[in-house]
Design a protein around this ligand. Structure first.
Ligand SMILES: CC(C)(COP(=O)(O)OP(=O)(O)OC[C@H]1O[C@@H](n2cnc3c(N)ncnc32)[C@H](O)[C@@H]1OP(=O)(O)O)[C@@H](O)C(=O)NCCC(=O)NCCS
Length: 166
């Protein structure tokens, strides 16, 4: 389902049973970024609905024993027919730098193309410099930080990536 994953890891689309499993890793995987406020923000970014209604455009990656290794939650925009959107992505810190994030995005780009999408968008917080470096490396263009983008005090950097034709 996903090319380029390290040996021993497999990908599938999530089910609703994956919701608590993903919530349970957010704090460790994000390294407590932005403290308690950051933890609350992240938990609220992933309500159950993503694991009910956006499963066919999302992925979980697991070890052979079923332990969670990575996830990507994304969807095809309903209002912008050209656009696909990556809402949330995370890789177990023990596996960083092994191409898993890139492999997840590669699969999502393919899916987006198959749905006729030409642009992929996502956002991150200005404090998340690792995410900014990763997205820039993957060919995304970053905006300047936009104050109150996601609500009062919730500044975001917005990323855009135009997809090459297959
Ligand atoms: C950002 C994240 C998804 C990257 O996943 P990853 O599997 O480690 O990334 P990859 O190994 O696929 O890296 C792809 C490219 O990005 C670069 N990259 C990844 N993380 C980087 C970092 N922190 N700093 C600089 N470059 C980075 C890699 O060097 C690689 O480039 P290369 O091909 O030239 O070697 C992962 O660090 C993560 O889960 N972070 C915590 C959660 C998070 O911030 N999610 C994103 C915001 S929602």
């Amino acid at each position: 389902m996903i090319d380029g994953l390290p040996d021993g890891l497999t990908a599938r689309h999530p089910t609703v049973e994956d919701h608590p499993r993903v919530l349970a890793v957010l704090e460790t995987w994000w390294g407590g970024l932005k403290g308690e406020a950051g933890a609350l923000e992240r938990a609220l970014l992933l309500p159950r609905l993503y694991f009910q209604h956006f499963t066919t455009t999302s992925y979980v990656v697991e070890h052979r024993d079923g332990q969670l290794a990575a996830f990507l939650v994304g969807f095809m925009s309903q209002s912008e027919p050209d656009t696909a959107y990556v809402h949330f992505v995370g890789v177990d810190p023990a596996l960083h730098g092994r191409g898993i994030g890139q492999a997840l995005y590669g699969a999502f780009f393919e899916l987006a193309r198959a749905h006729g999408r030409r642009v992929v968008r996502c956002v991150t917080s200005p404090e998340n410099t690792a995410s900014q470096a990763f997205h820039t490396r993957l060919g995304f263009t970053a905006s300047m930080p936009v104050d109150d983008y996601d609500g009062p005090g919730l500044t975001r950097v917005a990323f855009t990536r135009v997809l090459e034709l297959a």
